[in-house]
Design a protein around this ligand. Structure first.
Ligand code: GZL
Length: 320
Protein backbone atom coordinates (compact mmCIF):
# COMPACT_ATOMS: atom_id res chain seq x y z
CA UNK A 1 0.00 0.00 0.00
CA UNK A 2 1.47 3.39 -0.94
CA UNK A 3 1.24 6.02 1.77
CA UNK A 4 -0.39 9.08 0.23
CA UNK A 5 -0.63 12.64 1.48
CA UNK A 6 -4.26 11.77 2.45
CA UNK A 7 -3.10 8.87 4.66
CA UNK A 8 -0.49 11.02 6.38
CA UNK A 9 -2.89 13.90 6.96
CA UNK A 10 -5.40 11.41 8.41
CA UNK A 11 -2.68 10.02 10.69
CA UNK A 12 -1.82 13.54 11.82
CA UNK A 13 -5.50 14.22 12.56
CA UNK A 14 -5.71 10.98 14.65
CA UNK A 15 -2.47 11.77 16.49
CA UNK A 16 -3.82 15.25 17.19
CA UNK A 17 -0.60 16.86 16.18
CA UNK A 18 -0.02 19.39 13.44
CA UNK A 19 3.78 19.38 13.89
CA UNK A 20 4.35 17.37 10.75
CA UNK A 21 1.59 19.17 8.84
CA UNK A 22 3.87 22.08 7.97
CA UNK A 23 6.24 19.62 6.30
CA UNK A 24 3.66 19.24 3.55
CA UNK A 25 2.48 22.85 3.54
CA UNK A 26 5.94 24.25 2.59
CA UNK A 27 6.74 22.38 -0.61
CA UNK A 28 10.35 22.98 -1.82
CA UNK A 29 10.90 26.18 -3.77
CA UNK A 30 11.55 25.44 -7.47
CA UNK A 31 14.10 27.69 -9.23
CA UNK A 32 14.80 27.51 -12.96
CA UNK A 33 18.40 28.66 -13.52
CA UNK A 34 19.93 29.42 -16.94
CA UNK A 35 23.74 29.52 -16.75
CA UNK A 36 25.95 31.22 -19.41
CA UNK A 37 28.05 28.12 -20.00
CA UNK A 38 31.30 26.59 -18.69
CA UNK A 39 33.76 28.92 -20.42
CA UNK A 40 36.07 29.71 -17.50
CA UNK A 41 37.27 28.70 -14.03
CA UNK A 42 35.09 31.52 -12.75
CA UNK A 43 31.96 30.11 -14.37
CA UNK A 44 32.65 26.61 -13.08
CA UNK A 45 33.02 27.97 -9.52
CA UNK A 46 29.83 30.00 -9.97
CA UNK A 47 27.89 26.89 -11.01
CA UNK A 48 29.23 24.90 -8.04
CA UNK A 49 28.24 27.72 -5.67
CA UNK A 50 24.68 27.87 -7.02
CA UNK A 51 24.15 24.08 -6.99
CA UNK A 52 25.63 23.67 -3.48
CA UNK A 53 23.57 26.55 -2.12
CA UNK A 54 20.37 25.11 -3.64
CA UNK A 55 21.05 21.75 -2.00
CA UNK A 56 21.75 23.38 1.40
CA UNK A 57 18.61 25.52 1.11
CA UNK A 58 16.36 22.57 0.17
CA UNK A 59 15.57 24.27 -3.13
CA UNK A 60 14.71 22.23 -6.24
CA UNK A 61 17.06 23.60 -8.91
CA UNK A 62 16.35 23.11 -12.61
CA UNK A 63 19.74 23.97 -14.18
CA UNK A 64 20.36 24.69 -17.90
CA UNK A 65 23.81 25.36 -19.46
CA UNK A 66 23.49 27.68 -22.49
CA UNK A 67 27.00 27.07 -23.88
CA UNK A 68 27.43 30.87 -24.21
CA UNK A 69 24.48 31.16 -26.65
CA UNK A 70 21.66 33.61 -25.97
CA UNK A 71 19.12 31.58 -27.93
CA UNK A 72 19.69 28.67 -25.54
CA UNK A 73 19.01 30.92 -22.56
CA UNK A 74 15.78 32.19 -24.12
CA UNK A 75 14.70 28.58 -24.77
CA UNK A 76 15.53 27.62 -21.16
CA UNK A 77 13.56 30.55 -19.74
CA UNK A 78 10.54 29.61 -21.89
CA UNK A 79 10.84 26.03 -20.66
CA UNK A 80 10.90 27.22 -17.03
CA UNK A 81 7.75 29.25 -17.71
CA UNK A 82 6.05 26.17 -19.19
CA UNK A 83 7.08 24.13 -16.15
CA UNK A 84 5.60 26.82 -13.87
CA UNK A 85 8.72 27.15 -11.71
CA UNK A 86 8.44 29.48 -8.70
CA UNK A 87 11.42 31.69 -9.59
CA UNK A 88 13.53 32.14 -12.76
CA UNK A 89 17.16 33.15 -12.29
CA UNK A 90 19.86 33.59 -14.91
CA UNK A 91 23.23 35.11 -15.76
CA UNK A 92 22.62 36.85 -19.11
CA UNK A 93 25.36 36.06 -21.63
CA UNK A 94 24.88 39.51 -23.23
CA UNK A 95 23.06 42.67 -22.10
CA UNK A 96 20.51 43.10 -24.90
CA UNK A 97 17.67 41.02 -26.41
CA UNK A 98 15.79 40.03 -23.23
CA UNK A 99 12.67 42.24 -23.28
CA UNK A 100 10.35 39.77 -25.03
CA UNK A 101 11.11 36.65 -23.00
CA UNK A 102 11.17 38.56 -19.70
CA UNK A 103 7.76 40.04 -20.57
CA UNK A 104 6.55 36.43 -21.04
CA UNK A 105 7.86 35.57 -17.55
CA UNK A 106 6.11 38.64 -16.14
CA UNK A 107 2.84 37.67 -17.87
CA UNK A 108 3.19 34.22 -16.28
CA UNK A 109 3.71 35.98 -12.92
CA UNK A 110 7.08 34.30 -12.36
CA UNK A 111 9.63 36.61 -10.66
CA UNK A 112 13.06 36.87 -12.32
CA UNK A 113 16.38 37.30 -10.47
CA UNK A 114 19.60 38.24 -12.33
CA UNK A 115 22.93 36.87 -11.11
CA UNK A 116 26.40 38.02 -12.17
CA UNK A 117 25.53 40.08 -15.26
CA UNK A 118 22.97 42.82 -15.99
CA UNK A 119 20.43 43.17 -18.81
CA UNK A 120 19.57 46.26 -20.83
CA UNK A 121 15.73 46.34 -20.79
CA UNK A 122 13.34 49.29 -21.16
CA UNK A 123 11.11 48.06 -18.34
CA UNK A 124 13.23 47.55 -15.20
CA UNK A 125 10.29 45.82 -13.49
CA UNK A 126 11.03 42.76 -15.66
CA UNK A 127 13.43 41.56 -12.96
CA UNK A 128 13.42 41.83 -9.17
CA UNK A 129 17.12 42.20 -8.38
CA UNK A 130 20.68 41.82 -9.74
CA UNK A 131 23.17 39.98 -7.55
CA UNK A 132 26.78 40.44 -8.66
CA UNK A 133 29.90 42.56 -8.90
CA UNK A 134 30.51 46.15 -9.95
CA UNK A 135 32.41 45.49 -13.19
CA UNK A 136 33.13 49.17 -13.83
CA UNK A 137 34.89 49.35 -10.45
CA UNK A 138 36.83 46.19 -11.32
CA UNK A 139 38.05 47.93 -14.49
CA UNK A 140 38.96 51.04 -12.48
CA UNK A 141 40.94 48.90 -9.99
CA UNK A 142 42.87 47.29 -12.83
CA UNK A 143 43.57 50.73 -14.30
CA UNK A 144 44.64 52.18 -10.94
CA UNK A 145 47.13 49.36 -10.41
CA UNK A 146 48.63 49.99 -13.88
CA UNK A 147 48.83 53.78 -13.36
CA UNK A 148 50.77 53.19 -10.13
CA UNK A 149 52.97 50.57 -11.83
CA UNK A 150 53.82 53.03 -14.65
CA UNK A 151 55.03 55.58 -12.07
CA UNK A 152 57.98 53.24 -11.35
CA UNK A 153 59.41 54.14 -14.77
CA UNK A 154 58.65 57.88 -15.09
CA UNK A 155 58.54 59.17 -18.65
CA UNK A 156 58.47 55.66 -20.17
CA UNK A 157 55.51 54.98 -22.49
CA UNK A 158 53.97 51.53 -21.94
CA UNK A 159 52.27 49.93 -24.95
CA UNK A 160 49.11 48.14 -23.79
CA UNK A 161 47.11 45.38 -25.49
CA UNK A 162 43.65 44.40 -24.20
CA UNK A 163 41.82 41.07 -24.28
CA UNK A 164 38.11 41.89 -23.95
CA UNK A 165 35.47 39.50 -22.64
CA UNK A 166 32.42 38.32 -24.60
CA UNK A 167 31.26 41.06 -27.00
CA UNK A 168 28.11 42.74 -25.68
CA UNK A 169 28.39 41.24 -22.18
CA UNK A 170 28.11 43.48 -19.13
CA UNK A 171 31.56 42.54 -17.75
CA UNK A 172 33.27 43.25 -21.09
CA UNK A 173 31.50 46.60 -21.59
CA UNK A 174 31.98 47.74 -18.00
CA UNK A 175 35.54 46.51 -17.42
CA UNK A 176 36.63 48.35 -20.55
CA UNK A 177 34.79 51.50 -19.43
CA UNK A 178 36.23 51.43 -15.92
CA UNK A 179 39.80 50.86 -17.14
CA UNK A 180 39.52 53.70 -19.68
CA UNK A 181 38.02 56.04 -17.09
CA UNK A 182 41.20 55.73 -15.00
CA UNK A 183 43.84 55.47 -17.74
CA UNK A 184 42.59 57.81 -20.48
CA UNK A 185 44.83 60.83 -21.00
CA UNK A 186 47.73 59.20 -19.13
CA UNK A 187 50.76 59.97 -21.36
CA UNK A 188 52.55 56.83 -20.20
CA UNK A 189 49.83 54.38 -21.31
CA UNK A 190 49.18 53.78 -25.01
CA UNK A 191 46.53 51.28 -26.12
CA UNK A 192 47.99 49.41 -29.14
CA UNK A 193 45.32 46.76 -29.78
CA UNK A 194 42.04 45.56 -28.24
CA UNK A 195 40.06 42.46 -29.22
CA UNK A 196 37.73 39.91 -27.66
CA UNK A 197 39.12 36.65 -26.36
CA UNK A 198 35.56 35.51 -25.42
CA UNK A 199 36.61 34.89 -21.77
CA UNK A 200 38.26 31.56 -22.73
CA UNK A 201 41.88 30.34 -22.44
CA UNK A 202 41.95 29.05 -26.01
CA UNK A 203 40.72 32.28 -27.62
CA UNK A 204 42.87 34.38 -25.27
CA UNK A 205 45.94 32.48 -26.44
CA UNK A 206 44.95 32.76 -30.12
CA UNK A 207 44.38 36.54 -29.97
CA UNK A 208 47.57 37.13 -27.96
CA UNK A 209 49.49 35.21 -30.65
CA UNK A 210 48.08 37.64 -33.22
CA UNK A 211 49.03 40.64 -31.04
CA UNK A 212 52.57 39.28 -30.67
CA UNK A 213 52.87 38.64 -34.41
CA UNK A 214 51.91 42.26 -35.10
CA UNK A 215 53.81 44.00 -32.28
CA UNK A 216 56.19 41.47 -30.66
CA UNK A 217 58.60 43.02 -28.18
CA UNK A 218 56.87 46.44 -28.44
CA UNK A 219 54.09 45.14 -26.17
CA UNK A 220 54.74 46.11 -22.54
CA UNK A 221 51.38 45.38 -20.85
CA UNK A 222 48.40 43.04 -21.27
CA UNK A 223 45.09 44.03 -19.69
CA UNK A 224 42.84 40.95 -19.70
CA UNK A 225 39.14 41.05 -18.73
CA UNK A 226 39.49 37.66 -17.05
CA UNK A 227 42.12 35.27 -15.75
CA UNK A 228 41.35 32.49 -18.22
CA UNK A 229 42.24 34.65 -21.22
CA UNK A 230 45.33 35.88 -19.32
CA UNK A 231 46.43 32.27 -18.71
CA UNK A 232 45.99 31.50 -22.40
CA UNK A 233 47.97 34.64 -23.26
CA UNK A 234 50.77 33.56 -20.89
CA UNK A 235 51.20 30.41 -23.00
CA UNK A 236 51.41 32.52 -26.18
CA UNK A 237 53.93 34.91 -24.61
CA UNK A 238 56.17 32.02 -23.51
CA UNK A 239 55.93 30.34 -26.92
CA UNK A 240 57.07 33.66 -28.43
CA UNK A 241 60.21 33.45 -26.26
CA UNK A 242 59.17 36.30 -23.95
CA UNK A 243 58.72 36.30 -20.14
CA UNK A 244 55.11 36.89 -18.99
CA UNK A 245 55.01 39.03 -15.85
CA UNK A 246 58.37 40.58 -16.76
CA UNK A 247 58.73 41.39 -20.50
CA UNK A 248 54.96 41.81 -20.60
CA UNK A 249 53.23 42.92 -17.38
CA UNK A 250 49.81 41.25 -17.03
CA UNK A 251 46.81 42.83 -15.29
CA UNK A 252 43.77 40.57 -14.98
CA UNK A 253 40.38 40.12 -13.29
CA UNK A 254 38.53 37.28 -11.47
CA UNK A 255 41.15 36.09 -8.89
CA UNK A 256 40.62 32.39 -9.64
CA UNK A 257 43.09 29.79 -8.36
CA UNK A 258 44.83 29.62 -11.75
CA UNK A 259 45.69 33.31 -11.45
CA UNK A 260 47.24 32.80 -8.00
CA UNK A 261 49.32 29.92 -9.37
CA UNK A 262 50.50 32.12 -12.27
CA UNK A 263 51.36 34.95 -9.84
CA UNK A 264 53.34 32.55 -7.63
CA UNK A 265 55.27 31.51 -10.76
CA UNK A 266 55.99 35.20 -11.49
CA UNK A 267 53.93 35.10 -14.72
CA UNK A 268 51.00 37.35 -13.72
CA UNK A 269 51.31 40.68 -11.88
CA UNK A 270 47.88 41.38 -10.38
CA UNK A 271 44.32 40.06 -10.42
CA UNK A 272 41.20 41.99 -9.36
CA UNK A 273 38.71 39.83 -7.48
CA UNK A 274 35.27 39.13 -8.97
CA UNK A 275 33.54 36.65 -6.69
CA UNK A 276 31.58 33.79 -8.32
CA UNK A 277 30.29 32.62 -4.93
CA UNK A 278 26.79 34.01 -5.52
CA UNK A 279 24.82 30.85 -4.62
CA UNK A 280 23.91 31.71 -0.99
CA UNK A 281 22.85 35.26 -1.91
CA UNK A 282 20.70 33.88 -4.77
CA UNK A 283 18.93 31.36 -2.53
CA UNK A 284 18.25 33.99 0.15
CA UNK A 285 16.88 36.44 -2.42
CA UNK A 286 14.70 33.72 -3.99
CA UNK A 287 13.25 32.74 -0.60
CA UNK A 288 12.56 36.39 0.24
CA UNK A 289 10.85 36.96 -3.13
CA UNK A 290 8.75 33.80 -2.70
CA UNK A 291 7.76 34.97 0.79
CA UNK A 292 6.71 38.35 -0.59
CA UNK A 293 9.47 40.14 1.31
CA UNK A 294 11.09 43.27 -0.19
CA UNK A 295 14.44 42.63 -1.93
CA UNK A 296 16.97 45.38 -2.68
CA UNK A 297 17.33 46.08 -6.41
CA UNK A 298 21.10 45.60 -6.39
CA UNK A 299 23.14 43.22 -4.23
CA UNK A 300 26.86 43.97 -4.77
CA UNK A 301 29.53 41.46 -3.72
CA UNK A 302 32.54 42.78 -1.76
CA UNK A 303 35.88 42.28 -3.54
CA UNK A 304 39.66 42.92 -3.24
CA UNK A 305 42.75 43.40 -5.43
CA UNK A 306 45.52 40.76 -5.24
CA UNK A 307 48.99 41.83 -6.46
CA UNK A 308 51.56 39.04 -6.98
CA UNK A 309 53.35 39.95 -3.73
CA UNK A 310 50.45 38.59 -1.64
CA UNK A 311 49.63 35.53 -3.79
CA UNK A 312 51.50 32.92 -1.75
CA UNK A 313 50.01 34.17 1.53
CA UNK A 314 46.44 34.37 0.22
CA UNK A 315 46.38 31.21 -1.94
CA UNK A 316 45.71 28.67 0.87
CA UNK A 317 42.49 30.45 1.87
CA UNK A 318 41.06 30.96 -1.61
CA UNK A 319 37.64 29.35 -2.06
CA UNK A 320 37.51 29.25 -5.88
C1 GZL B 1 31.97 38.09 -14.29
C2 GZL B 1 31.61 36.93 -15.19
C3 GZL B 1 32.68 36.71 -16.19
C4 GZL B 1 34.02 36.32 -15.56
C5 GZL B 1 34.53 35.39 -16.60
O1 GZL B 1 31.01 38.23 -13.29
O2 GZL B 1 30.40 37.21 -15.88
O3 GZL B 1 32.29 35.62 -17.03
O4 GZL B 1 34.87 37.40 -15.33
C6 GZL B 1 33.29 34.60 -16.92
O5 GZL B 1 35.59 34.56 -16.17
O6 GZL B 1 33.44 33.86 -18.07
Amino acid sequence: MTVTRRHVLAAIALAGTSATFSAFAAKPLVIGFSQVGAESEWRTANTVSIKDAAKKAGVTLKFADAQQRQENQVKAIRSFIAQRVDIIAFSPVVESGWDTVLREAKAARIPVILTDRDVNVADKSLYVTLIGSDFVEEGRRAGRWLVEHAKKTPGKVLNVVELQGTVGSAPAIDRKAGFEEVTKGNPQLKLLRTQTGEFTRAKGKEVMEAFLKAHGKDINVLYSHNDDMAIGAIQAIEEAGLKPGKDIVIVSIDAVKGAFEAMMQGKLNVTVECSPLLGPQLMQAAKDVAAGKPVTRRIVTEERVFPAEVAAKEFPTRKY
